[in-house]
Design a protein around this ligand. Structure first.
Ligand SMILES: N[C@@H](CCC(=O)N[C@@H](CS)C(=O)NCC(=O)O)C(=O)O
Length: 85
């Protein structure tokens, strides 16, 4: 799974919860001032193409399901996430 995060933002709680749970996670850092990915993906650094509101956290599972709700990321099993749309 991949966590889009920004240092000092509320994504930190999700990051801590995932680490505490021992779940494997890839991190993608987001510049929240400019809503840009620090490392471009698929040739683009525009974070709005990944999250239309430009918010973190965004947790993507390997099957493309995702959630952008911190509480859901922390309290719900990743296997029950809704399908991203
Ligand atoms: N409802 C979201 C809130 C997400 C949120 O407000 N994230 C803030 C950082 S703590 C953000 O990404 N702000 C970017 C912006 O306002 O452009 C959640 O449950 O985590």
């Amino acid at each position: 799974m991949k966590l889009y995060y920004s240092p000092g933002a509320c994504s930190m709680a999700v990051h801590i919860a995932l680490r505490e749970a021992g779940l494997p996670v890839t991190l993608a850092k987001v510049d929240l001032i400019h809503h840009k990915l620090v490392e471009a993906e698929n040739g683009s650094d525009d974070y709005y193409t990944i999250h239309p509101r430009g918010y973190v956290p965004l947790l993507q599972l390997d099957d493309a399901r995702a959630t952008a709700k911190s509480l859901r990321c922390c309290s719900t099993s990743p296997t029950s996430f809704p399908t991203a749309s």
